[in-house]
Design a protein around this ligand. Structure first.
Ligand code: GCW
Length: 651
C-alpha cells in the first residue's frame, strides 16, 4: 500500500516488483515536455528501487527517446537490437505508452530476436466515465452505482486536495492505455451542473494532474444548463440565445482547460432534460453542442440510452430493447463531425447477457463509441468476482453484418467504460475487480486482443510470476459462473429494485421500467420476433435478424431474450429450459464455492490485506449465489410444477 495525504491505496497492477527489469538497468530518457517528465520521474523512481540509473550517452541499456520519427502522438516504436532495447516516439504520450510496454514485457524486452515493432492504438479515444457526484446524493450516494467508496476526484463538496491519489490513478489509467476521463455523473444534479461554469477551476485542477499522463478531461453537462445556469427561459437547441450561451460557456471552459476533451450528455433519458421538450431531434441537440465545441476541437459524447422509463407493464407493444435503434437509426448522417453517439453495448442495460445492440452497425455515417460498464451494477457489485473481459470481447468481435463484414471493434471510433473506481484502498472494492479496469484499457487499445492474454498480463503484473493456484481459471470462468446463478438464458434483471443487488425474480415484473420476463405456469421469455412479437429481432441486418427470429436458430444463451418458450422446450444443449435453469443454478453455486476455495489457498501467497479483503468478498459471493439459486429455482418450480430430474433440494 502506498500512502498520500488522502489515505492509503494499493499499487494495483503496478507494484514495485513489476518494474524490476527496467529498474536494474541503465536507462536513457531523451526529450522534453510535460509527459516526458512523467516518464523521467518513473525511470528515476524505479531505478532508485532496484539500483539502476538514469544515464545519458551511449551506455544505456534502455533508451526512451522522443524524436522526429513521423509517428502519431500515441504511437511508439519498440526496438531491440540484440543488446539494447529502445522506445521511440514523436512525443511524450507515445513515450509513456512505450515505457509501460517495456514494463509489461519485463525481462522479455531485453532478450529474444532483433526486432522493431510499431505499436498504435486501434481506437483513438479510450475513456472512463465516472458517475461521481460532487455532493453526496441522498439516494445514490456519492458515486452512482459505485461499489468502491466515495469519489477519487471529489470530497467534502469540492475537488479533493490530495492530488497524490489522483496522480496515482492517472498513472494506472495511462499504463493500460486510457486517455480520457469524464469526471462527473451523467445524471447531472444541481451542484454538479455548476462545474461547467463557476466551478470550472476545480475541474481544471483535476485536468492538470490527468494531463501529466496524457489523459484529457471531459465533463458531463445538463442539457438544461442555459436555463439552470444561464437564466434563459429555454434550452431549445435551435434558439439563437441558447447557442450563444453555450458558445460562451465553452469559451470559459477552454480558457481554464486548453486541452479540454468535451462533453458527455444524457438527454431525454430517465428524467434528464433534452431536445424532445422543444420538438427537436437528438441530432439537433448534439449538433448544437458540437458547434460550440468545434472551434476548439472538442467532442460531444451524446448517449443513445434513450427510452421510456414510465412504461405500462400491461402494454405488450412497447419494447424497451427497441428504443435506442428506433430513436437513433433514422438520424444517421445528421450528426456533426464533432458528435459521437455513445451506445451501450446491449439494447437494455448492462445485463450479464444481452445481444449486441443493433445500433452498433446500423448507422454507417455516424461516429459511435461503445459503452461498457466496468462498475458491476448488474454483475455482482464488486462483491462478486466477475471478470468481464470475455463479455466485452464478444461485443467487440461481433460482426453486425455477418462473417464477411467488419467487427464492432473495427466499426467503432471509441470505447468507453463506466468506471468501477472509488476512494477505496483497493480502488475497486473487490481487489479482483481491478482486472476489469485493466482489461478495459487494453481492449480499447486493441479490441481484437484475446482477453485471456490480457488477463495473463494483469496477473503477472499484479502478482508476479509465482504459482497462483487456480486464480486464472477462477477469473476466466467468473462471468460464466455469475450468469449461471442469476437470470437465465438472456432474460435479464430479476434483481432487487432500486439498488439492483441480489435476486428478486418479480422485482421488476410489474414496474414501469420495461424489464420483464413474462414467466407464467407454461413458460418464460420475451417474444421479440417480427412474426409474433415486438419486432426487435428485425432491427438487425442479415444474417442476425433471421438467426434471432427463429427459436431453432437463436443461440441458447439468448433464447429467453428473443423468445417466449414452454418450460419443456429443448435447448441445443439437449436439456429442457426448466432443467437448464435448475442445473445452471446448482452449478453456479458450486463454482462460487470453488472460487472461494481457490482464494483461500492463496493465503500467504498474496499480501495479507488483499487476501483478507478478497476472503470477505468470496464469503458474500457464496452466500448471495445460494440466495439466487434458491429463489430462482423455487420460483420456477412453483410456476411450472416440474420437478428437478435429479431430485435436489428446491424450496
Ligand atoms: O444502468 C442504469 C443505472 C443508472 C444510470 C443509467 C445510465 C447514470 O441504473 O444509475 O444512470 O443506467 O446509464 O444512464
Amino acid at each position: 500500500m502506498s500512502s498520500v495525504s488522502g489515505g492509503r491505496f494499493d499499487a494495483a497492477w503496478l507494484p514495485v516488483e513489476a518494474f524490476r527489469a527496467v529498474g536494474v538497468r541503465r536507462v536513457g530518457v531523451r526529450g522534453e515536455g510535460g509527459v516526458v517528465e512523467s516518464v523521467r520521474r518513473e525511470v528515476r523512481e524505479v531505478c532508485g528501487w532496484f539500483g539502476g540509473r538514469e544515464v545519458g550517452g551511449g551506455e544505456a541499456e534502455l533508451v526512451l527517446e522522443v524524436g522526429e520519427v513521423g509517428l502519431g502522438d500515441e504511437e511508439f516504436l519498440f526496438e531491440f537490437d540484440g543488446e539494447r532495447a529502445g522506445v521511440r516516439a514523436s512525443g511524450g504520450v507515445g513515450l509513456l505508452y512505450g515505457f509501460f510496454h517495456v514494463v509489461r514485457l519485463g525481462e522479455g524486452a531485453f532478450e529474444g530476436p532483433v526486432r522493431s515493432e510499431l505499436h498504435s492504438p486501434a481506437l483513438p479515444l479510450r475513456m472512463v466515465d465516472h458517475w461521481d457526484n460532487v455532493a453526496v446524493h441522498p439516494v445514490m450516494g456519492q458515486v452512482e452505482r459505485g461499489y468502491a467508496g466515495g469519489s477519487v476526484f471529489w470530497a467534502d463538496g469540492e475537488a479533493r486536495g490530495d492530488f497524490g491519489r489522483v496522480r496515482a490513478y492517472a498513472r494506472l489509467l495511462a499504463s493500460c492505455g486510457i486517455n480520457a476521463v469524464a469526471v462527473n455523473n451523467v445524471n447531472v444534479h444541481a451542484v454538479e451542473a455548476r462545474l461547467l461554469t463557476e466551478r470550472i477551476g476545480e475541474v481544471a485542477q483535476i485536468a492538470g494532474v490527468l494531463r501529466e499522463y496524457g489523459i484529457r478531461t471531459h465533463l458531463s453537462v445538463t442539457f438544461a444548463a442555459p436555463i439552470v445556469l444561464g437564466g434563459l427561459t429555454t434550452a431549445d437547441p435551435l434558439d439563437a440565445d441558447v447557442r450563444e450561451w453555450w458558445a460562451g460557456a465553452v469559451r470559459g471552459v477552454y480558457e481554464a482547460i486548453p486541452d479540454f476533451g468535451g462533453f458527455v450528455v444524457k438527454a431525454d433519458s430517465e428524467g434528464q432534460p433534452g431536445p424532445f421538450a422543444y420538438g427537436r431531434s437528438h441530432a439537433d441537440g448534439a449538433n448544437m453542442l458540437a458547434a460550440a465545441l468545434a472551434p476548439y476541437g472538442g467532442t460531444v459524447h451524446w448517449r443513445a440510452f434513450v427510452y421510456d422509463h414510465r412504461q405500462d407493464w400491461r402494454d405488450r407493444t412497447t419494447d424497451r430493447a427497441r428504443a435506442a435503434y428506433d430513436h437513433f437509426a433514422p438520424l444517421d448522417g445528421e450528426f456533426a463531425e464533432g458528435a459521437v453517439l455513445q451506445v451501450k453495448h446491449g439494447p437494455m442495460d448492462f445485463q450479464v447477457r444481452e445481444p449486441v445492440s443493433p445500433v452498433l452497425g446500423a448507422l454507417p455515417r455516424t461516429r459511435f463509441a461503445v459503452e461498457v460498464q466496468a462498475t458491476q451494477e448488474y454483475t455482482g457489485q464488486q462483491r462478486h468476482a466477475c471478470w468481464l473481459g470475455p463479455m466485452w470481447s464478444e461485443v467487440l468481435t461481433f460482426r453486425p453484418h455477418g462473417e464477411q463484414g467488419p467487427s464492432v471493434g473495427e466499426l467503432a471510433s471509441e470505447l468507453v467504460a463506466v468506471s468501477n473506481v472509488g476512494d477505496d484502498p483497493f480502488w475497486t472494492g473487490h481487489p479482483l475487480a481491478q482486472a476489469n479496469l485493466y482489461t478495459f484499457g487494453r481492449l480499447a487499445w486493441q479490441p481484437s486482443a484475446d482477453p485471456l492474454d490480457v488477463l495473463d498480463e494483469w496477473l503477472r503484473l499484479t502478482f508476479g510470476d509465482g504459482d497462483l493456484g487456480g486464480l486464472r481459471t477462477l477469473l476466466a470462468g467468473s462471468w460464466a459462473a455469475y450468469e449461471k446463478y442469476t437470470a437465465p438464458l438472456g432474460v435479464g434483471f430479476m434483481v432487487q429494485p432500486g439498488h439492483h443487488y441480489g435476486p428478486s425474480v418479480d422485482g421488476y415484473e410489474y414496474s414501469p421500467w420495461g424489464t420483464y420476463h413474462f414467466a407464467d405456469r407454461d413458460g418464460v421469455g420475451v417474444d421479440r420476433s417480427v412474426a409474433t412479437g415486438t419486432g426487435y429481432a428485425g432491427q438487425y441486418g442479415p444474417p442476425w435478424a433471421s438467426v434471432y427470429e427463429s427459436v431453432e436458430s437463436c443461440p441458447d444463451e439468448l433464447l429467453l431474450f428473443f423468445h417466449h418458450v414452454p418450460y419443456g422446450h429443448v435447448l441445443k444443449s439437449g436439456k429442457t429450459v426448466i432443467q437448464h435453469i435448475y442445473d445452471t443454478h446448482f452449478e453456479g453455486v458450486e463454482e462460487a464455492e470453488e472460487a472461494r476455495r481457490v482464494w483461500a489457498g492463496l493465503k500467504g501467497v498474496v499480501d495479507a490485506e488483499r487476501f483478507a479483503r478478497g476472503a470477505e468478498r468470496f464469503e458474500e459471493q457464496v452466500r448471495s449465489a445460494r440466495e439466487w439459486r434458491d429463489q430462482v429455482n423455487s420460483y420456477f418450480f412453483r410456476k411450472s410444477g416440474v420437478p428437478d430430474e435429479r431430485g435436489r433440494v428446491i424450496y
